[in-house]
Structures are given as structure tokens and as C-alpha cells.
Design a protein around this ligand. Structure first.
Ligand code: NAD
Ligand code: 572
Ligand code: ZN
Length: 351
């Protein structure tokens, strides 16, 4: 074996991301070994790298990063029947316990005993090889690239959020935030039948141009701090109040805006993770029976998301703005942190 048989991107502590060779993992029963191909960098990877923690998840021991990924099955563990060597797969990063009440009731994304890639203390998959529960690996249709396979993960966040919001035919939807998650929510809402999808973003007009090019029907740039005036701007842009707002920025301004613009009985889906305590305009929420729903990761989205991408109903490709080889992981992370693009992909295969 060469010196970099399993080159891996390991976060030792805040600001200390290293490339090192690790033992190639062998698949246990029910697992597959995957020769990794594409790994997208998520905001959370950058956050762990730069801050060493997100909320109470603290990097205490060296941890591999990366949870948006795809690759090729290189070995099959005992008992695996639906995959074979050579299959191209997209990986669902969270493997729940399968036994607790929420798992048994089908809301496995809420399992408290989940293994989740690149969430301390669980290692991620930014390496040449990774082993994973085979039933959380999904065969890529021939027409779906590895790159698209990795993007199924952020797309799933948007798809789950729209499902949580009950987005359906003819709905008017506002998505706040035009990063990969907001764009995924916009693409999902359109594919689920929303007739109008408006995106808002703070100051960054480039991101709105991007959103428009990817299919947002309307875009509104937040330039003022006056939420009441801005609420009017959004309603005047749409001519109606939205049925659903999918909040993908985590900003207080955006939550105030969401509740201000929604139609009576409308639904606010909270996806963005900002300050831990945000305030809610109480009277407006109570008197207009606004429903506020949390949205956490995803469940049962991979098959639908892959079908949507394979059929062309959803096009995630424009989101990818940069590629780096695994050896250039630090450059990739610096680019992601700079905000220069939308989605940075690391190619883990050897040239
Ligand atoms: P991102 O930082 O790339 O995008 C956020 C966007 O929001 C940026 O474009 C920013 O300009 C914009 N923004 C900032 N303030 C705003 C405001 N007041 N109004 C509107 N837009 C504003 O991040 P991302 O990768 O797209 O993720 C978005 C959020 O979703 C993050 O908070 C992330 O932690 C969260 N997230 C949640 C889940 C979940 O399961 N709930 C999963 C993945 C990501
Ligand atoms: O793609 C999964 C994902 N989830 C994010 C952020 C980025 N990517 N979430 C926001 C933070 N929460 S958390 O529970 N956490 C740190 C584990 O606060 C998870 C969901
Ligand atoms: Zn993520």
C-alpha cells in the first residue's frame, strides 16, 4: 500500500486541520467500504474548523470532517445484499439507533443516539475510504453524477423543510437566505408545486442573482433594518402573502420578517441556526395562528431527491462553484470560508 492509501482530512482542534494517512477501514456486517469520490464542504465543517464547536458539540478528539458525500462501493460486508462492488452510491450521513421510540415511529431524524458524520465525536467521510451502514447508501442512477450524489445531502435539508411546511401545488413560498440550504429549499418548493418562490438575502446581491438564475421567481435584497417597511416590500413584490416561509439564515430580522409577511394560518419553517435564543412577535403569531415548525436534517429523502435529480425536475449542478483535490483540502476550506462561491467540492479519488 502507498503512503496515502487512506489520506484523510482530520480536524485536531480549532484551526488545526491536517491531512494524514489512516488505516483503510474494513466493512463490518451490514456495512460497505466506499472509495470516496465527491465530498461537499458544508458551513458546519467550516464552523468546526474555525470555532472547534457548534453549540454543545465540541471537538475534543481528532475528527474527520465531511458529511455531503458519494463514492463507489469497494467492499461489501456480511449480510449486505442490495449493493455490490462497483456500485456508485450517495451516502446519508446520519445512521440512527433504529430501536428508540422516534426511530420506531419513523421520525428517525430525531433519534438522540444517532451516528452522524463529522459531528463530534463521530468521524466524517473526507478521506479516500469510508465504511458506512449499507442501508444508508443509495445507488446513483446512471444519469446522476458523483457531484450531484454529494449534493443530495443539502438538497435533502431543503426537501425535508418543504415537507415540514406542507408545501404543495400553487403555494406561494418565501425562502430566507440564499446559501446552499436556501437554494435547496427553493428548488424543492418549485418541484413540489409552489407557483411562486421568492428568496430574500441580506446585502449579498450576488447570491440573489444566483438564486434567480437557478429558478427563484422573485428576489428581494434586504438593505434596511426596518422590518415593517421590508415586510411591505416583500408583500408588494409578491402581491400576496405567502403560505409558507422557509427560514434558512437563522437571523432575527428574518424571523420577524417571516411572521410579518405570512398569511393568516401560514407556516414558518425554522431551518437556519443562528443565536440560540431568538424572539417571536407574539401578538402577530397568536392572532393570526401562525404555525412555527422546526426542521431537523431529514428523513426518507434520498430516494425522492435522487429521482428528482435523475428526472431533471431538480438541477443542483449550478450550485457547485469550486473543485479541489483531497490533497488541497486546506485551500478548499479557505475558499469555502471566504464565501467566494456557493458549494466547494473535494475530489477524493486519486488522479
Ligand atoms: P450560508 O451561510 O451559506 O447561507 C445563509 C445565507 O443567509 C447567506 O447567504 C446570508 O447572506 C443570508 N442571510 C444572512 N442574514 C440574513 C437575513 N437577515 N435575511 C436573509 N438572509 C440572510 O448557509 P447554508 O449552508 O445555506 O445554511 C443555512 C442555515 O441552515 C445555517 O444556519 C445552517 O446552520 C442551517 N442548517 C440547518 C439544518 C437543519 O437541519 N436545521 C441543516 C443544515 C443547515
Ligand atoms: O447537513 C447537516 C447539517 N446540519 C446542520 C448544519 C449543517 N449541516 N444543522 C445545524 C446545527 N445542528 S445542531 O443540532 N448540531 C451542531 C449538531 O445544532 C444540526 C443541524
Ligand atoms: Zn451540512
Amino acid at each position: 500500500m502507498s503512503m496515502d492509501a487512506n489520506l484523510s482530512a482530520v480536524l485536531y482542534k480549532k484551526g488545526d486541520l491536517r491531512l494524514e494517512d489512516r488505516t483503510v477501514p474494513e466493512p463490518g456486517p451490514g456495512e460497505v467500504q466506499i472509495s470516496m469520490h465527491s465530498v461537499g464542504i458544508c458551513g458546519s465543517d467550516v464552523h468546526y474548523w474555525h470555532s472547534g464547536a457548534i453549540g454543545h458539540f465540541v471537538v475534543k478528539n481528532p475528527m474527520l470532517l465531511g458529511h455531503e458525500c458519494s463514492g463507489t462501493v469497494s467492499k461489501v460486508g456480511k449480510g449486505v445484499t442490495h449493493l455490490r462492488e462497483g456500485d456508485r452510491v450517495a451516502i446519508e450521513p446520519g445512521v440512527p439507533c433504529r430501536k428508540c421510540e422516534v426511530c420506531r415511529n419513523g421520525r428517525y431524524n430525531l433519534c438522540q443516539d444517532v451516528f452522524f458524520l463529522a459531528t463530534p465525536p463521530d468521524n466524517g467521510a473526507l478521506a479516500r475510504y469510508h465504511t458506512h451502514a449499507a442501508d444508508f447508501c443509495y445507488k446513483l442512477p446512471n444519469s446522476v453524477s458523483f457531484e450531484e450524489g454529494a449534493l443530495i445531502e443539502p438538497l435533502s435539508v431543503g426537501l425535508h423543510a418543504c415537507r415540514r411546511g406542507g408545501v404543495t401545488l400553487g403555494h406561494v413560498v418565501v425562502v430566507c437566505g440564499a446559501g446552499p440550504i436556501g437554494l435547496s429549499a427553493m428548488l424543492s418548493a418549485k418541484a413540489m408545486g409552489a407557483s411562486v418562490v421568492c428568496m430574500t438575502v441580506n446585502l449579498d446581491s450576488k447570491r440573489l442573482e444566483f438564486a434567480k438564475a437557478m429558478g427563484a421567481t422573485h428576489t428581494v435584497l434586504i438593505e434596511s433594518k426596518d422590518v415593517v417597511a421590508f415586510t411591505e416590500t416583500v408583500i408588494n413584490t409578491l402581491w400576496v402573502r405567502p403560505d409558507v416561509v422557509v427560514e434558512c439564515s437563522g437571523a432575527q430580522f428574518s424571523i420577524d420578517l417571516a411572521i410579518g409577511v405570512l398569511k393568516p394560518g401560514g407556516v414558518l419553517v425554522m431551518v437556519g441556526h443562528g443565536p440560540d435564543n431568538v424572539s417571536i412577535p407574539a401578538s402577530s403569531t397568536i392572532a393570526r395562528e401562525i404555525e412555527i415548525r422546526g426542521s431537523f436534517r431529514y428523513k426518507n429523502t434520498w430516494k425522492a431527491a435522487l429521482d428528482m435529480v435523475a428526472s431533471g425536475a431538480i438541477n443542483v449542478k449550478p450550485m457547485v462553484t469550486h473543485h479541489f483535490p483531497l490533497e488541497k483540502t486546506l485551500d478548499a476550506f479557505n475558499t469555502a470560508k471566504s464565501g467566494a462561491g456557493i458549494k466547494v467540492i473535494i475530489d477524493c479519488f486519486r488522479e
